[in-house]
Design a protein around this ligand. Structure first.
Ligand code: HEM
Length: 564
């Protein structure tokens, strides 16, 4: 009897183990099948677009995608794979659009499904629960395609659209004139570089926050200006195709709280502090100045309108509106900072390398305005060559050559290829502007390419004055740059005023590091630009400015009525 009991006990023990074992095997097999299926995905109706073969089944192209000036590598790859290229990085699908046709088809015509951003919001939400959020979701340009983005975009659009942008012209004129005054003393190339940065910051701080920053060639020590630059630098790293894939690693967002000493954690923690400083600092300073009546500002005006609409300030609608005003303000500051600097420094280097272009522009200004008058916005439509220079700057070296990535919210198709829901889609703006089939000698700075004969032997623009919609550098679809009218006015005015008053040239023996001839600089110009998403010159090698008029004549110009 005892034996029988032992046998039954043994049997039930072994069947329990067997059961456990079977459950374990089944769970493991399920996990493996699920994992493999998540890589393979459901059966596809059409193939993915062509692309280089994946180096690894698990990783795909993770760690193998070009991260330095990738627009050049993707343009080269287009010769083999065509204008739409596909990659997989871990489980992230990545699509690069190398032609304008593809960008129009995917990002404009199918904008309903291609207006999200691939900046992993789910992990951010998880980290919110864990009490840790960097705050990237407060940046309008990085927000997902959500109601929150719609509200922030509406606030930005209402205050930066063409009619609204007119009110900033007074500030743009005032600051550009201050910038010219700083150029009178023929600053060094390093000083010119810093003055350009200061001009961009001063215009935005005044326009959005009503705060006055001095334009000076000293390194900018202002906390807010520094924070704006740091935010632009941080987001720079995650905006390249595949640059954000690491965020899809499960639980990576917990790392900063658990292991604060890791380099990744330090970067995230630093970004968190900087974003908070940038979001709250200028807002609070602006509100203080507004309340004391010492300055008028867009932010102050919007907050007081919100207060009138929602007298009960604790209401969630009121709080949501204040948040979207804050997001608009600090995103504009960060988004404008390096982009405007990139375009303005590109203009300076172009004028120093192409003196014949500069002469032609000055001849147009002198003919239309008369020598010694400063151009104002009212003169814009009489100056086609200046407009062509502005357009050529934006084509020759777009500030964000590989655009800001979009993300698909549904499966979409392009010319028989399948682009699955959740894909990151980047527009190679560089490749579009440097396609030799459309732009002869694309690496040369030739404003004439934007002009045609009007039938009377005079030049006219192919695409109208101030027409930002065909400037590819501002991006595509529903996420197109919301500050483009503002940027357009600042850039045009800066270029026109500098050309009217200064001669830009190069001292090839006097560059910061070594002497470099104009020819060598032209050949290797790309080496002087930063590699990341937001690409700008690192210096203005040997660039100098000399006033075209005497100091007294120039001083007299600034006393003229400031035509807006
Ligand atoms: C040279 C000047 C500038 C260039 C080249 C530029 C370029 C761009 C590009 C390429 C995008 C992404 C578009 C896309 O996703 O397809 C963008 C987005 C954005 N830009 Fe600009 N930008 C410039 C100046 C400005 C200025 C001055 C402001 C603010 C006043 C601004 C505010 C924004 C904002 C808020 C977004 C995000 C839009 C969204 O995601 O809905 N930008 N810009």
């Amino acid at each position: 009897m005892e034996d029988l009991t032992r046998t039954v006990t043994l049997m039930s023990k072994s069947s329990a183990s067997l059961l456990l074992y079977s459950v374990a095997v089944a769970s493991f097999s399920y996990a493996v099948i699920h994992f493999v299926r998540s890589y393979i995905g459901p059966p596809m109706p059409y193939p993915y677009p062509p692309g280089p073969p994946s180096p690894s089944f698990i990783l795909g192209h993770f760690g193998k995608l070009p991260m330095k000036k990738p627009w050049l590598a993707y343009m080269e790859m287009a010769k083999t794979y065509g204008d739409v290229i596909y990659f997989r990085s871990l489980k992230e699908h990545i699509v690069i659009l190398n032609s304008l046709d593809a960008a129009n088809d995917v990002l404009e015509k199918q904008a309903r499904f291609t207006s999200d951003r691939p900046f992993s919001h789910a992990p951010s939400d998880l980290s919110l629960i864990a009490g840790y959020s960097v705050g990237w979701n407060d940046v309008v340009s990085l927000m997902g395609y959500s109601d929150r983005w719609r509200q922030a975009r509406r606030t930005s659009h209402q205050n930066l659209r063409p009619e609204a942008a007119l009110k900033y012209r007074v500030i743009q004129v005032e600051k550009v004139h201050q910038f010219l005054q700083c150029l009178i003393s023929s600053p060094s190339s390093e000083e010119i570089f810093r003055l350009i940065g200061a001009l961009s910051q001063a215009i935005m701080m005044s326009a959005i926050y009503g705060l006055n920053l001095e334009i000076t060639s000293e390194s900018n020590q202002d906390d807010i200006a520094q924070a704006a630059k740091e935010v632009a630098d941080f987001s720079d790293r995650i905006q390249l195709p595949g640059g954000n894939t690491y965020k899809s690693v499960p639980f990576i967002h917990y790392l900063p709280s658990i292991f604060p000493f890791l380099p990744f954690s330090r970067m995230e923690n630093s970004a968190k502090t900087t974003l908070k400083a940038l979001k709250d600092g200028p807002f609070e300073a602006s509100m203080k100045a507004w309340t004391s009546g010492s300055s008028s500002s867009l932010v102050g005006q919007l907050v007081s309108e919100a207060k009138n609409r929602y007298p009960d300030e604790g209401k969630s609608e009121y709080l949501a509106e204040i948040e979207s005003i804050k997001s608009m303000g600090f995103t504009a500051l960060a988004a404008a900072s390096d982009t405007t600097v990139s375009a303005t420094t590109t203009f300076f280097i172009a004028m120093s390398l192409y003196p014949q272009v500069q002469k032609k522009a000055q001849a147009e200004l002198d003919r239309v305005l008369g020598f010694g008058r400063l151009p104002g916005f009212g003169d814009r439509t009489s100056l086609p060559y200046i407009e062509a220079i502005y357009k050529e700057v934006m084509r020759w070296h777009p500030a964000i050559p590989i655009g800001v990535p979009h993300k698909t919210t549904e499966d979409i198709f392009y010319k028989g290829y399948f682009i699955p829901k959740g894909s990151g889609v980047s527009a190679n703006i560089w490749a579009m502007g440097h396609n030799p089939a459309e732009h002869e000698n694309p690496d040369e700075f030739i404003p004439e390419r934007h002009l045609q004969d009007n039938g009377l032997g005079e030049p006219e623009l192919k695409s109208g004055f101030g027409n930002v919609s065909n400037i590819l550098a501002y991006g595509f679809g529903r996420r197109v740059c919301v500050g483009r009218y503002f940027a357009d006015a600042t850039l045009w005015l800066t270029m026109a005023c500098v050309l009217a008053t200064m001669n830009i040239s190069r001292d090839s023996t006097n560059s910061a590091n070594e002497s470099v001839s104009d020819e060598d600089l032209k050949k290797n110009l790309e080496d002087y630009y930063t590699d990341c998403s937001l690409s700008h010159l690192k210096e203005l090698p040997g660039v100098k400015v000399l006033p075209r008029l005497s100091k007294e004549e120039l001083e007299g110009l600034f006393d003229q009525d400031k035509e807006i």
